[in-house]
Design a binder for this molecule. Structure first.
Ligand SMILES: NC(=O)c1ccc[n+]([C@@H]2O[C@H](COP(=O)([O-])OP(=O)(O)OC[C@H]3O[C@@H](n4cnc5c(N)ncnc54)[C@H](OP(=O)(O)O)[C@@H]3O)[C@@H](O)[C@H]2O)c1
Length: 209
């Protein structure tokens, strides 16, 4: 069995980076967080490295080759500005992130709940109000490690499939921004392909539905 994640590096010290850092410290992890001007060396050597910068800053990130990376970012054109490479519905934003960060193993999660939800709505296992958190990644062992981390942070992980399935909890989906428990979230992810956005993605990927 793979080892649990005990140290977390966070690239981006803004709204979501700070919320994730607080949760991780509460869960007993060693946390190193840095903004655009800080030193990256120890951050990128952590057991897992969270990307919490605007997607428009993707090309300014330090080298994370070899790292297990959590992509908590979203393409939000009002904030990021229009970026043609993220407009193609055939590709999830995390697939593009993974291609751009050569040599990193990318898992997408912690992106679809607000900073407020992360700060205020993390709950113990026994709490019936505990929210679900979607997790997508191509490597099953990496995904399992990140699921265990999500669980330790106070959310029930819901495996959404490979990185390409990250599209099911991006902006413009039912799951995005929904405070849903694990069962409701799994239903939302399953319904994606019947949604307007799902049909657009399926057509772009050449899957008739
Ligand atoms: N806000 C939310 O509730 C929320 C929820 C889920 C996901 N997200 C996603 O998380 C990402 C960040 O959103 P945010 O709201 O946290 O943004 P934010 O408050 O504007 O913070 C962005 C942070 O990124 C840092 N940064 C920029 N370039 C960097 C680099 N090359 N290396 C390290 N740090 C860098 C900035 O540092 P400087 O200040 O030094 O420039 C700043 O600390 C976005 O993709 C967003 O869609 C946000």
């Amino acid at each position: 069995m793979s080892s649990p994640i005990s140290s977390l590096g966070i690239l981006g010290a803004g709204r979501i980076g700070r919320a994730i850092a607080a949760l991780a410290r509460d869960a007993g992890l060693a946390v190193e967080m840095v903004g655009s001007t800080g030193p990256f060396e120890t951050v990128v050597r952590a057991d897992a490295v969270v990307l919490a910068v605007p997607l428009s800053r993707l090309d300014t990130l330090p080298d994370v080759s070899g790292a297990l990376v959590i992509d908590a970012m979203n393409y939000w054109w009002e904030l990021d500005g229009a970026m043609a490479r993220f407009e193609d519905p055939s590709t999830s934003s995390s697939e593009i992130v993974a291609r751009s960060l050569r040599g990193a193993r990318v898992v997408k999660t912690l992106n679809h709940l607000s900073g407020y939800a992360l700060e205020e709505l993390a709950r113990a296992h026994s709490d019936p109000e505990r929210l679900g958190m979607a997790v997508a990644g191509d490597d099953e062992a990496d995904r399992d490690r990140i699921c265990a981390l999500v669980d330790a942070l106070g959310f029930t992980p819901v495996v959404a499939g490979a990185l390409a399935d990250g599209v099911r909890f991006e902006p413009l989906t039912e799951a995005f921004g929904a405070d849903a428990d694990a069962e409701e979230l799994a239903d939302m992810l399953a319904r994606f392909w019947d949604s307007q956005r799902g049909r657009v993605v399926a057509r772009a990927r050449g899957h008739a539905r």
